[in-house]
Write a protein that binds this ligand. Sequence first.
Ligand code: IVH
Length: 680
Amino acid sequence: MSSEEVKRKIQDLSREIEKHNYNYYILSQAQISDYDFDMLLDELIALEKKYPEFQFPDSPTQKVGGAVTKEFKTIKHKYPMLSLANTYSEDEIKDFDKRVRKIIGDKVEYVCELKYDGVAIGLTYINGSLTQAVTRGDGVQGDDVTNNVKTIKSIPLKLRGDFPPEFEIRGEIFFPHKVFQKLNEKKIENGEAPFANPRNAASGTLKMQDSAFVAMRPLDCFLYNVQGDNLSFKTHYESLKKAAEWGLKVSPNVAVCQKVEDIFEYINDWNTGRSELSYDIDGVVIKVNSMTDRERLGFTAKSPRWAIAYKFKAERVTTKLLSIDYQVGRTGAVTPVANLEAVPLAGTTVKRASLHNADIISKLDVRIGDTVFVEKGGEIIPKIVGVDLEKRPPHLLHTEFIKNCPECNTPLVRQKGEAAHYCPNENECPPQIKGKLEHFISRKAMNIDSLGEGKIAMLFDNDLINNVADLYDFSYDKLIGLEKTYPATEEKAERKISFKDKTVRNILKGVENSKSTTFERVLFALGIRYVGETVAKRLARYFRNINNLMIADFEELVNVDEIGESIAQAVINYFKDKKNITLIFRLRQNGLHFEIDNESEDIVNKLDGKSFVVSGVFEKFSRNEIKKLIEKNAGKNVSAISKKTNYILAGENMGPAKLKKANDLGISVISEDEFLKMIE
Ligand code: IVH
């Protein structure tokens, strides 16, 4: 292909992908299959890689992420990001309406919108291309999170139609419920603390340093305020309609109202209707529609006089606290859970509520027998927010957090700075053993899908497994004929589990097949605290085999790229325990992989274990791609420069402090091209 043809092909592909993105993410009407879409995207990625000179900054391939930001640049907002006056009372909405009518007269018109509960964002489009995305920050200046925002599928990188040459549009970035739930399930599976609510999850995700990880968590966004110099809209409603025409995601749930009664109707409709939405809202925003009216109303120091937010009250009920259960999770963390007298709340019957940890219990001074206030706020699980002291009967006993594990009676420990109590009896405490086994067999770990939670429980109850190595001692005779009925619990109906011929054969086959699992996944499957999928990959690629990892000291571990102090300490603690060493020995004897398989990984030994610090911005590859190339060629990525570092791979904008340190220690600083020559 001539370069003109390549350029045209790249443009055509980009346009086609943009069209499908718009159909799918804005109109929710896919016109091609996921497979065909991926094929188009792969073709474009391959072409851009081959001809980087034709990769445009707003190419749809940007949506897969890859750019890494160590620290987000602070950007001053062109228009300050104000907040809104808030109210919970209908009377104050009436007062707002009166104030507006006093200045504007009786012909006022309002637009009612939903108040999305996410993270505020300001997007700048210049000549139809997304050039900047900035968080609210303190309202005057915020963080430049453009690379991360570019991965959000419902935010177009390029606009369509007759957009103004430059404008900003503000909106809210959030996680839909389903995505949030999956994200938390994954966190729990990896032994990490789940996010408290979708808003925290969205905010944490937007601040991630590697946009490739942001791209893996499908955030969404609604846009609600167009602003800029010389925009010609007469009304806010018109600006929203236009924004939708340019391909931006604007909510369809917008209503134009003339009377305050219409506003109340909108509020009431959504107060009940919100439980059916697939995302969180925490109220309604009421805005004056006419732009000239808005100008006349102006601003107070903090917020516009032309808008107000009506916040929904978190639904709250009172009920009686009957008892407190203490649940032990896979990592040994103990969570207190309140058993309540059943009470209806926000469409469901609540019988249990989280009490989180010992601090919350003592802060609330909640006692068994108390009448408690229960709320369902942004969090998924209802929580106890207070005690009705007037209803407290005399002589109720203080709640003492348990001292011993409710499952194995081991004294609980609480580490400095941590809110949770832990049962340290990792290898003998039943829920921890079962949790570890469930993690081990899970899809992303050893992927033994012929086993599941029920079968694991049965094998454990029959004393056939106590740790993951026992799985490899199974035989047909040991398993056949086992049977047990598990009574119904609050979460699950009664279950009868029986091991017949086919079940047993499948289990044995699944266990046998798992022996070919790669070292990275075996390492993840071991369930070492804080060693999730990504960390396991990093450790496996750096240390190459379990022996090197076992003898690594703290300093060496923290020097591995992206490995922090808590992970390093957790790894060291794990290998300090002789039982874990025996376990690994048994697993190895059974043929599990405890070293990187060079062939299957396609590893070439060109860099021969040399360590690299990658810094700055590169021309041909993203920083992430460079790091992958280092690993692929048997090199190591380290995070900080030390005497042991072999090379500094310097891109543009590498920090002067790093350069000085490299020079002081006499470490070779090489360019992207020099590096590429090394691995040619
Ligand atoms: S308008 C000048 N509309 O609520 C005010 N804000 O407390 C521009 N929010 O900072 C904001 N949904 O983060 C507006 N439909 C909506 C909104 C909305 C959520 C957030 C936004 C704002 C905060 C105000």
